[in-house]
Design a protein. Sequence first.
Length: 217
Amino acid sequence: MHWSYFVIVGILACLLIYTQSTMITTNEISQDTISNLSSHVDNLESNNVYLRDTIFNLTTTISNLTTIINTQQNIIEEQNMSINSTQEQLSLLQNGTFYSLHDPTYAEAQLFIHTDCTDSYTYKLGTFECDEFAEMFNNNAESLGIRCGFVIIEFGDAAHALNAFNTVDKGIIYIEPQNDEQLVHLNLGDSYWEDCFETNYGTQSFNNTITSINIIW
Ligand SMILES: [Ca+2]
Ligand SMILES: [Ca+2]
């Protein structure tokens, strides 16, 4: 054979070896790349779970903070209303439109009871009943600067109104404004007309056992 034939065969053999070598390298690179990408995907999925948890926690935190903000805003609004009301009352006090009230001494309360004429009015069913007596007595006292309580007691199926003073030296006293009589006591379970006065009003034909006592100052 001619020597050029061997040269050609040699060149072709070299090319074949080179090509196979290149394919193996490319194949190895591709597997590495897939492995890296797969690892990267795992990391991304892991990050994704973390981010989802973070978003969930932040959403919960935002919801809680929103609730707190709404609560605080409500408190601020209530306080603003209270401030406005107080400023209004202060303004009225400064203008002399309101008068300040004080709790009386026991003697001052007695003096008022005996000089006030509410008890001289006549009870009229439907138009001037116990609540009108108690309201008039309260308003007359407070027009003089004496703080007076409007007292409502319940008998279960009926109710009655009277008055109270929180005296500075002898505590709370209760007054029946229809006749100026001061009660000896006023307790739940008492029968109002039978137990609460020194005067004997006799046994009542209706249930007057006290089931609740409310003082509106
Ligand atoms: Ca009187
Ligand atoms: Ca009052």
